[in-house]
Structure formats: structure tokens, C-alpha cells
Design a protein around this ligand. Structure first.
Ligand SMILES: *[C@@H]1O[C@H](CO)[C@@H](O)[C@H](O)[C@H]1NC(C)=O
Ligand SMILES: *[C@@H]1O[C@H](CO)[C@@H](O)[C@H](O)[C@H]1NC(C)=O
Ligand SMILES: *[C@@H]1O[C@H](CO)[C@@H](O)[C@H](O)[C@H]1NC(C)=O
Ligand SMILES: *[C@@H]1O[C@H](CO)[C@@H](O)[C@H](O)[C@H]1NC(C)=O
Ligand SMILES: *[C@@H]1O[C@H](CO)[C@@H](O)[C@H](O)[C@H]1NC(C)=O
Ligand SMILES: *[C@@H]1O[C@H](CO)[C@@H](O)[C@H](O)[C@H]1NC(C)=O
Ligand SMILES: *[C@@H]1O[C@H](CO)[C@@H](O)[C@H](O)[C@H]1NC(C)=O
Length: 455
């Protein structure tokens, strides 16, 4: 009780000075800043846990964090079968989703009801001849079928793209290495007809790469930008959709690399030495810090993941990205990425690295990013159970939505449906929420109480 007093006094003083603005500078709020009441988890009212006999304290208005702000959160799907990672939404409202795969029978699926999914386009596409390479132990195989589809993206022409890492999980404990022809980008029409498959040379997507997310620019020849989130291979992969040529950029640059000192905080974490075992920390039932102490082949390598979330500005001029194990936020003009390094352009690597712009800290690590038609760049903020958005006009990362139920927002997807409504879809992976005892497993053992859902 006594410990709280200084805080309450400070809060009351802040109310008296408040100018109803989110920002305490004369030039703020800039044009386009949302109404503070719609974006701040603030209420000014008597202490909600009011226990004071003293009438002055009982009636004192204080600011308190309500835990939520922003537009209404709608629960649209609950996963009961497999643990989701990716989501993409077509203008028809059809939702596609992906599952990291070990023994799971499919890795790309579509919703068939609010609680069920079915393999997409069919089971055959989801059934490779093998996962493990019989002649090269530790490696996977080359196949046109799906091995582990990490990301699914619906492009501006309502075509469905599956990004296959080519590295299935083994026994929930490690990832097989890729062989060329395993990692691929596969395009389908909405009716399930395959129209394109791109594979990558061994020195563009390496055996120990982890291609994570993809964004498309269909202007001109058309390009796909892909993050490599492997702690061994931080970088970006660029694919020319017209020629099928692909190349890398920003290899090892700080903008795509994990921040070695990064210690993320989830649910208002409290440091507990027993919680430092990172691969067993998912499903902690208490707030925690996450320590990066995993091996490069670990499946849940959250403490070391490199470039992960990715977004293309609505005009196609900038690619935004952030390593998962970092709070730093970056962008680069796409004109530098489109240049394939080689004898004709010997300085292309260097010039791209020099063109990277550091946009500062975004307040959280980000596991999923997306753009809307007005230019905002949305980013999941798992450290805050929130989604934020970067306003390129002001340079400010603004609050967008926050809710205690947003447990590890991932893989954002903005869709404007044919009926005119626009939504930001994201999965809530619930990596950090559990009502069940901590399982002694390296991979999710989910119960009904902890099923991930799509908001
Ligand atoms: C409050 O903020 C507005 C800008 O939003 C500014 O014009 C005004 O001068 C401020 N008032 C005070 C009392 O600081
Ligand atoms: C924001 O909310 C406070 C407290 O409910 C209220 O006094 C204030 O007028 C609101 N401001 C705006 C801009 O709506
Ligand atoms: C996959 O493996 C898990 C644990 O190793 C097991 O519980 C599950 O039944 C297996 N699923 C299938 C489809 O084999
Ligand atoms: C197994 O790996 C080797 C090289 O490591 C590769 O040449 C071969 O194609 C792979 N086998 C299959 C079925 O993909
Ligand atoms: C997976 O685990 C099973 C049972 O523990 C074991 O027999 C098998 O060899 C393992 N497979 C690989 C590829 O490690
Ligand atoms: C699927 O859609 C594509 C593009 O609209 C079209 O060309 C193709 O004929 C369709 N295939 C089937 C089987 O309907
Ligand atoms: C558009 O469709 C979505 C999903 O079915 C629905 O939630 C929304 O209310 C619809 N909007 C309009 C304006 O009908």
C-alpha cells in the first residue's frame, strides 16, 4: 500500500497537466494521429481496486491501464488440430493457413468452419514422397510437393502463394537441412490450379536457411521479397517473378540479424532463473523474460531468429523488416534490392547495405508485418499483447490495438473483402499463455484451453 502512494500522487499530477494529447510536444499530435482515447489503454477514474477509507483518496481520479485500446477484436477461428503459423485471406473471405510440419499430415490448409481446416489445395500437394533424405542423413528432399509451408500470402490478384522452407521438423526436436528443390515458392489460383513454382539455387537458399515470410510487388516484371530468418543466414532473398532468377541481399547486416543483447519480456515478465531454458519456455504460465540459449537447429529458436516480419510499402518503394530477436525497425528502398549482384553490378551488395534506413526502436520485437492501402505498416508487438503501426508520414510507431487476449500476434494479413469491409487478420499463437501445466516437450502440446486462435 505505502509503495503505491508515490505513484498515485504522480498520476494525479499528470492528469492536471494533461492536454488530452498522446504526445506532450507543441507540434503534436501530427495530422492523422488517432484520437488519444481510441489508442491509449487509459482511463481516468477512481482506483478500480479502491480500498481507501479516506474519502479524498477514494475519489481521486487516477490514470490506470485498462489493458485494451483500438478497434474491436473479433475471434474468427479456433484451431483444435495443429498449431498455426501463417494466415492469408482472399477477397472472397476464404482464409488459408499454414502449420509447421513434423508428422502433421498437411502443412497448407483452408478453413472449412470456425473450428476446422482441410488440406489445400488437396492432400496430394501436402504429401511429399518422403521427409528425410535416404542417401544424405540429416537432409530433406527435393520435391514439388509441400514439406513445411511456413507462410501463405494471397496477392493483389487473389492468387495464393505458399512459401515452403524445405526443412521439415523431426521428432519435434530439430529441422532437417534443405536440398535445392525443397525450398520453393508455389503459386495457385484461388481454384487450386498451380500456375508457378520457383525454386532457389543452393547459394541463394542455403541448406541451413529458414525462408520465413514473403511479400509481392506485381508492378513491372514482378518481384518477391523473402526473409531468411535462420540465425546462420540472416538476409533477404529477392526473386524476379518474370525470369525466375533469385539472389540475396544484406547478408549478415545488422538490420536482418538478431540483436545479441536482446531479452524480450512477455506478459510483463519477471526474471526467474528457472525460466531461462528457452526451448522449453513456450507455455510458461507466468510472465517471463526469454533468454537466447538454443542451438541453431532448434525448432523454437525465438531468441536467435533473424529477419522475420516483412512488409512492402503500398507504393512498392520501400521494404520494411525486423529481426524477430530485436526491437529495431528498418527499411530499404526496393530499387537497391532489385539489382542482382554480379559482374555487371559488382557494388550492388555494398550499395544495398548502405541504403538501409534505421527507423529506431519499435517498442517490441515484431513477428509479422503488413501494409494497408493508406500506407500504414502494421507490426505485431508480442511484448505488449498489441499490434502497432508505423506511419511513414510522421515517422511514428502508433498504437493500433492492444488486448490481453492478443497473445503473440503473428503473420498479419490485411484484406479488403468483396463486400467492402477491410480487416487486419492475425494469428494469436499463445506461445506465452497456458492454463495447463508446463509440458516436458520441445513442441506444443496444446489443450483446449490454450488453443491458438485467429483474431
Ligand atoms: C495543447 O496541444 C495543442 C496541440 O494539440 C496546442 O495547440 C496547445 O497549445 C496545447 N495546449 C497547452 C495548454 O499546452
Ligand atoms: C477522452 O476521455 C476523457 C475521459 O473519459 C474525456 O474527459 C475526454 O473528453 C476524452 N477526449 C476526447 C478527445 O474524446
Ligand atoms: C505426432 O507426434 C506426436 C508426438 O510425438 C503424437 O502425439 C501425435 O500423435 C503424432 N501425430 C501423428 C499424426 O502421427
Ligand atoms: C538427397 O540429397 C542429395 C544431396 O545431399 C541430393 O542430391 C538428392 O537429390 C537428395 N534426394 C532427394 C530424393 O531429394
Ligand atoms: C524419432 O524418434 C523415434 C522414437 O524415439 C526414433 O526411433 C527415430 O529414430 C527418430 N527419428 C529420427 C529421424 O531421429
Ligand atoms: C482456375 O482459374 C484459372 C484462372 O482464373 C483458370 O485459368 C483455370 O481455367 C481455372 N481452372 C479450373 C479447373 O477451373
Ligand atoms: C463483410 O464480410 C465480413 C465477413 O463475412 C463480415 O464480418 C462483415 O460484416 C461484412 N461487411 C459488410 C459491410 O457486410
Amino acid at each position: 500500500m505505502t509503495l503505491l502512494l508515490p505513484f498515485i500522487l504522480w498520476a494525479v499530477a499528470a492528469v492536471a497537466q494533461s492536454n488530452d494529447s498522446v504526445f506532450d510536444f507543441p507540434e503534436f499530435p501530427p495530422a492523422g494521429t488517432p484520437d488519444p482515447n481510441s489508442t491509449l489503454a487509459n482511463s481516468a477514474a477512481p482506483n478500480p481496486y479502491n480500498v481507501y477509507e479516506d474519502p479524498g483518496l477514494a475519489q481521486a481520479a487516477i490514470h490506470f491501464d485498462t489493458g485494451s485500446y483500438g478497434p474491436t477484436l473479433e475471434l474468427i477461428h479456433a484451431y483444435y488440430t495443429y498449431w498455426p503459423v501463417g494466415v492469408g485471406v482472399a477477397s472472397t473471405g476464404q482464409v488459408f493457413t499454414t502449420f509447421p510440419r513434423g508428422n502433421e499430415t498437411y502443412t497448407l490448409a483452408t478453413f472449412t468452419s470456425t473450428t476446422t481446416e482441410a488440406p489445400w489445395p488437396d492432400q496430394e500437394w501436402n504429401t511429399p514422397p518422403a521427409f528425410a533424405n535416404a542417401s544424405s542423413p540429416g537432409y530433406s528432399v527435393a520435391t514439388d510437393k509441400f514439406l513445411l509451408v511456413q507462410s501463405v500470402v494471397v496477392d493483389g490478384l487473389d492468387r495464393v502463394w505458399a512459401l515452403d522452407t524445405g526443412r521439415p521438423e523431426v521428432n519435434g526436436s530439430y529441422l532437417l537441412a534443405a536440398v535445392p528443390g525443397g525450398p520453393k515458392l508455389v503459386g495457385f489460383y484461388l481454384n487450386g490450379t498451380n500456375f508457378a513454382t520457383y525454386t532457389f539455387p543452393a547459394d541463394v537458399v542455403y541448406a541451413d536457411s529458414s525462408i520465413n515470410d514473403v511479400r509481392f510487388d506485381l508492378r513491372g516484371e514482378g518481384y518477391a521479397y523473402i526473409t531468411d530468418s535462420s540465425p546462420n543466414r540472416p538476409g533477404l532473398v529477392v526473386l524476379n517473378l518474370a525470369t525466375g532468377q533469385s539472389w540475396r541481399h544484406l547478408d549478415g547486416h545488422p538490420s536482418v540479424s538478431p540483436d545479441t543483447g536482446f531479452v524480450p519480456v512477455y506478459d510483463g515478465g519477471m526474471l526467474s532463473p528457472r525460466r531461462r531454458l528457452a526451448t522449453r519456455i513456450m507455455f510458461s504460465s507466468v510472465p517471463f523474460y526469454l533468454y537466447p540459449v538454443t542451438s541453431p537447429y532448434a525448432i523454437n529458436n525465438f531468441g536467435l531468429y533473424a529477419a522475420d516480419g516483412i512488409a512492402l510499402s503500398s507504393d512498392g518503394q520501400y521494404l520494411y523488416f525486423a529481426p524477430l530477436a530485436s526491437r529495431q525497425f528498418w527499411r530499404i528502398p526496393t530499387s537497391y534490392l532489385k539489382v542482382e549482384p554480379g559482374p555487371d553490378y559488382p557494388y550492388a551488395y555494398m550499395r544495398a547495405k548502405q541504403a538501409v534506413e534505421h527507423l529506431g526502436e519499435s517498442g517490441s520485437n515484431a513477428d509479422g508485418m503488413e501494409t494497408d492501402s493508406s500506407g500504414y505498416i502494421y507490426a505485431g508487438a508480442p511484448e505488449h499483447n498489441a499490434v502497432t503501426r508505423y506511419n511513414p508520414t510522421t515517422g511514428i510507431v502508433e498504437p493500433f490495438i492492444r488486448d490481453p487476449a492478443i497473445q503473440w500476434p503473428d503473420t498479419l494479413s490485411v484484406a479488403t473483402l468483396q463486400n467492402g469491409s477491410s480487416y487486419v487478420y492475425f494469428t494469436c499463437n499463445q506461445y506465452v499463455l497456458s492454463l495447463a501445466p508446463l509440458p516436458a516437450l520441445d513442441r506444443p502440446a496444446h489443450s483446449l484451453e490454450t488453443r491458438p486462435h485467429l483474431c
